[in-house]
Ligand binder design. Structure first.
Ligand code: PDD
Length: 282
């Protein structure tokens, strides 16, 4: 079955879906995006991702081209046309098309809106989570507004590529103080020897993950304590458990950080409990 994308108001065959050469997203990365997971036809954390989409646009003074109701209609239609039950929705809004000039266009131009959808193999994802993933660590070389979900992802791309080349599932980024900021496309968590969940506070140095916020609720319902504070790579290496969160990985246990085995080398029980609670609560 051929895939269908949505570009500026039209459903088009995926292969022909394109934006203009002078789209500011293409030339400057002047663009923001969102990713939703779809399970059994349902968007997970639907409103949380819409809220962050609206915030990212407002932070960059890009006009929001649609209402939530309108986005919802397009997303439902896109899922139906692509016959997706379990998968991912990708939505991107750029500042639009204009003659190349770093400053915003002199005369307002309509933002460019693009959506794509893809299926995921749920069994494969569950098998991965049951095994856990390895992490490599790298210096965080990103800019000072990582709280905005922009498509300026070059450091993240390079970090993920290094992880792939090392046979790892994710790269954690380390700030100048030796603390973990987050993963190249996920938030980072550890569990201390006392069984307390620790994750970095959502300031400008990380993306405030929607899954991260949901996991706070899951932790509460399971009676787990959460501390929002910076943690060092050293502390992470000694952690009882560790895991990552994101819309595409949900809660995925970490079993190795660089050359250090975490806990007994198997996915942690708290991480697995959070993963199953995440699906129950969504
Ligand atoms: N990534 N941090 C970064 C740098 C991310 O790119 C992501 C998500 C997260 C987790 O956010 P959330 O829980 O809202 O997905 C944290 C998405 C999945 C992506 O880029 O594909």
């Amino acid at each position: 079955m051929s895939r269908i994308a949505y570009v500026d108001g039209q459903f088009v065959p995926h292969r022909q879906a394109s934006v203009h050469v002078e789209d500011r997203g293409f030339q400057f990365g002047d663009s923001i995006y969102e990713v939703w997971s779809v399970r059994q036809g349902k968007l997970l954390d639907e409103d949380g991702h819409f809220s962050r989409l609206e915030r990212s646009l407002a932070e960059l003074q890009i006009e929001n081209p649609r209402s939530r109701a309108s986005y919802r209609l397009v997303i439902r239609d896109l899922l139906r046309r692509n016959r997706i039950r379990d998968g991912l929705i990708y939505l991107q809004v750029s500042r639009g098309v204009a003659r190349r000039n770093h400053a915003f266009p002199h005369h307002p131009v309509p933002p460019t809106l693009v959506l794509t959808a893809k299926s995921v193999d749920v069994d494969k994802a569950e098998a991965q989570a049951a095994l856990g993933i390895a992490i490599i660590t790298l210096e965080d070389i990103r800019w000072g507004r990582c709280d905005i979900k922009t498509v300026n992802l070059l450091p993240n791309v390079l970090a993920k590529q290094s992880a792939v080349e090392a046979g790892a599932g994710e790269a954690w980024l380390i700030d100048r103080d030796g603390n973990v900021t987050e993963g190249s496309s996920s938030n980072a968590w550890i569990v201390t020897a006392n069984g307390v969940l620790v994750t970095r506070p959502a300031d400008n140095s990380i993306l405030c993950g929607i899954t991260r916020m949901r996991v706070f609720q899951c932790a509460k319902s399971l009676g787990f304590l959460v501390e929002e504070r910076a943690f060092s790579l050293e502390e992470a290496r000694l952690a009882r458990e560790s895991f990552i969160t994101s819309a595409s990985t949900f809660v995925t246990p970490v079993v190795k950080i660089d050359d250090q085995i975490i806990g007994n080398g198997a996915p942690g029980l708290m991480a697995l409990a959070l993963r199953s609670t995440y699906f129950k609560q969504n």
